[in-house]
Write a protein that binds this ligand. Sequence first.
Ligand code: ADP
Ligand code: GLC
Length: 479
Amino acid sequence: MKILSVASECAPFIKTGGLADVVGALAKVLGDHAIECRVLLPLYRQIAHLVEGAEQVFESETRFGGSVRVLAKREAGIDLLLVDAPHLYDRAGQIYLNEQGVDWADNHLRFGLLSWIGARIADKGIAGWRPDVIHAHDWQAGLVPVYARQFPNATQPCVITIHNIAFQGIFPATTIGALDLDPMGFTQDGFEYFEKISFLKGGLMYANQITTVSPTYADELLTDEFGMGLQGVLNARRDVLTGILNGIDTTVWNPETDPALAQNYSSRTLAKKLANKRALLERFNLSGNTSAPLFSVISRLSEQKGLDIALRVLPDILDSGARFVLLGSGSADLERGFLELAKRYPGKVGVEIGFDEDLAHLVQAGADATLVPSRFEPCGLTQLCAMRYGTLPIVSKTGGLADTVIDANEAALAAKCATGFNFAPVTSEKLGDALNRAMALYENKTHWQKSVRNAMKHPVSWESSAARFAELFQDLSER
Ligand code: ADP
Ligand code: GLC
C-alpha cells in the first residue's frame, strides 16, 4: 500500500516541534507494515542541501505564482517529495515566521500550494507513483481533501491528523481566488469559518477520517474548554474521530547508543546515567554536586506549555537545594523570565535560549526529572523521551500527558508501577505540590530508582500505534 503524507515539518530535516518527529518516525516505521510512505514537504531554504542528487519528478506553472517543481529524494530512510517553489520557500527567517517573528504574510499561499500539490499527486500520480491513501497533518495540509474535490481522479480516502488545534490556518475570505479554491466550498459545511477561510476546518469537514495524537485529547477536543472553536465541527464528525497515541523514534532516542550523551547507559547500568548529569552540570556551569536533584525543561516557550507557572514555583525547590536547566525558545517574556531566574540563582540554574537537538538529548539523559506543566497537550513527546532516558516526568494531567505518565501516588508506589508525577488543575499551587513530592521521593532511593526503571520500561515506541495506522489505512483503502 502507498501513502502520501503531507506535512510542513519532518525530522530529521526540518523541525519546530513534535509534528516533525511524528511525521518522520511514522514514515519510517510504516515500512514494517508493508506500507510505502512518501512525505511531501516544502523545500525550505533551511533544507536546500537536499536538492543534491534529487530527481525532478514534476514541473508546472501553477496558480500560486512562479514555476513549481517537485523533487524526489530518499534521505535518512525517508522517501521525500520536496515542493520547490523558491518564491514561497527560499527565504531567511523561520519556516512559519519572518525575521521579525511575525507569521509570513503569504502563509496561505505557502501551505495552500503544499496542499494543492498533494491533491495533484493524488489525482494524476507522480512519476508513475500514485498513493492509495492521503495522510494530511495539521492546518498546513488541511486543504488537501478540499483541493482533492477539485480534481477528477483524486478520490482516494484522506486521513487528517490534528496535532494541535490551537493552530487552524485562518485567512481572509478574499484569499479564495489566489488559493484557487472552489467558491462552492465557502459554506458552513465546507471551509468557511465565521466568514473567513479555515484550512483546518476544511480538512476536518472533507477528510474521511480524523485522528488526533492521544485518546484523552480526542475526548477533550469535543469540549468547549479544549475545542478552540472547532468542538461543534468535531462533535458533528465524532464518528470518524479517533485518538492514536504518538510514539517516539526509539532508534534516535536510545540511551544505549545515543551519540549525543557523555556516557551511554541502560536500565541495567543506571549508575552510568550520573556521568551525563555531571556533563550537563558542567555544560551549564552549575556547581558539580551531583547529589542534588536536577530538574529540566526542554520546550517551545509558549502559553500552551504552562511555564509561566513553573517560573513562579521553581524558587521554592531551588531554595531547598534543587538545580534546574532549561533549553527552549519562544515568547520574549518567558525567555526573559528564565534568564532572570538564572541570574538570581547563579550556579543553580542554567538557561539556554535556542533550539539544539544534541543538547536536548544530553538534558534528557542528565536530568533527574523534567517538567511539562502544559495547559493543554495533544500528546507531548518530551515526557516520552524523558521516560526512555530514566528521567521522571512531572506533568499536568491533560491530553497525552494524562495517557502516558503514571503518578507516583501511594497506591502506585506500593504497586511499583509509578513512572512520574502528575497534577491538576494547572495552577502554581498544584505544580508546587508535585515538585515537592518529587523532591521528597528523590530522597527515597528505593522508590526513586524503581520509578526510574518503570519509566524506562514504559512502552514509548511506535510499535502499536503504527499498527493502528496501518490498519486504518488498510480499512479505508478497502472501503
Ligand atoms: P510540541 O510539538 O508542542 O512543541 P512535543 O513535546 O510534542 O511538543 O515535541 C517537542 C519536540 O521538540 C521534542 O522532540 C523536544 O525534544 C523538541 N524540542 C523542543 N524545544 C526544543 C529545543 N529548544 N531544542 C531542541 N529540541 C527541542
Ligand atoms: C503538537 C502538540 C504536541 C504533540 C505534537 C506531535 O505540536 O503540541 O502535544 O506531541 O504535536 O503530535
